[in-house]
Design a protein around this ligand. Structure first.
Ligand code: XIL
Length: 311
């Protein structure tokens, strides 16, 4: 069968996966990504703690490694992420409101400026909503108030007018309080002329629990006039896996591909890693894993075949 990147491209979509700089040292894994993925998202290398570890001092070494690896495999790069409450150094979190605002704009300008022409889309703001649909009470929110997201998007548009600008979050995949909160923000941004081009749905899902409203949710965002993308897909299970769980997972992966293909403005799907030995899940959700389309020996799982069929 054809690689997922080709099957997706034939449908006007992309298939991508997250890669860390270290992942490029695993030659078999690197080759698997090169074969299957047309887009790479750096797993950690473009986050604030990686790019601006101390104020005004920028390091792009590891991010550049991911870009170089992607270019070598004829892959495009999605930038992740500029403004987030996590993986942001203490120096930034401890700034006064005024200094934080200028540090945010300087960070966006410098990082997006460095990657101009190399990164086609950016997750400008990541995970700024709480489960109940109100704003997460992060240091960004507490110091800068509701306006910080719009300010970040305006700065991002100025920094690289050629990049697609995304808001990205998790547990927003189905219709519910949290996605309603994001929806209302995007609707207001479109009315107010705040420059937003897309919404990313992380889709860190659980086997057997793909939201039944996924397609409808993607469609309602698209109807606001933005692109939508599945940005960090994985579908975890209690380990060890067995054939029943893997079969359910395959149906789940197929359902996600079907939902994206049913929405004209769903531009692509990225998985957060590609094989089960390159996944963040076991480290963060003890007792869970086996969340990706390839197993730890880089062999395709039923989920891979289901995606291949669905594309
Ligand atoms: C994760 C990385 O995969 C881990 O290596 C890191 O320790 C923590 O962050 N949502 C996001 C991603 O937007 O940036 C996170 O990535 C996973 C959850």
């Amino acid at each position: 069968a054809s690689p997922l990147r080709d099957l997706a491209a034939a449908k006007g979509r992309y298939f991508g996966n997250a890669m860390t700089a270290g992942d490029f040292n695993d030659s078999a894994y690197r080759a698997l990504s090169a074969r299957e993925a047309g887009v790479v998202t750096p797993g950690n290398e473009m986050k604030w703690d990686a790019t601006e570890p101390s104020r005004g001092s920028f390091t792009f070494t590891r991010g550049d490694q991911v870009v170089a690896g992607a270019v070598a495999a004829n892959q495009k790069v999605r930038g992740h992420t500029l403004v987030w409450h996590s993986q942001t150094p203490a120096w930034a979190q401890n700034l006064s409101a005024g200094d934080l605002r200028s540090a945010m704009v300087n960070h966006i300008n410098t990082v997006m400026g460095h990657y101009k022409g190399k990164v086609f889309a950016w997750d400008v703001v990541n995970e700024a909503f709480a489960e109940n649909g109100t704003r997460r009470q992060s240091f960004w929110q507490q110091k800068l108030g509701d306006g910080f997201i719009a300010e970040a998007f305006r700065a991002a548009r100025a920094a690289d007018p050629g990049a697609k600008l995304y808001y990205n979050d998790y547990n927003t995949d189905g219709i519910g309080a949290k996605s309603d909160g994001v929806y209302n923000m995007v609707k207001a941004f479109k009315q107010q002329g705040v420059p937003i081009d897309g919404v990313g749905f992380q889709a860190h899902l659980i086997v057997g629990q793909v939201p039944s409203s996924l397609r409808q949710n993607l469609q309602r965002f698209a109807d606001l006039g933005v692109d939508v993308a599945i940005t960090e897909l994985d579908i975890r299970m209690k380990t060890p896996s067995d054939s029943a769980k893997l079969a359910q997972q395959a149906r789940d992966y197929g359902q996600v591909v079907d939902a994206c293909l049913a929405v004209a403005r769903c531009v692509g799907i990225t998985t957060w890693g590609l094989s089960d030995n390159h996944s963040w899940i076991p480290g963060v959700f003890p007792g869970e894993g086996a969340a990706l389309p390839f197993d730890g020996n880089l062999q395709p799982k039923p989920a891979y075949n289901a995606m291949s069929t669905a594309f």
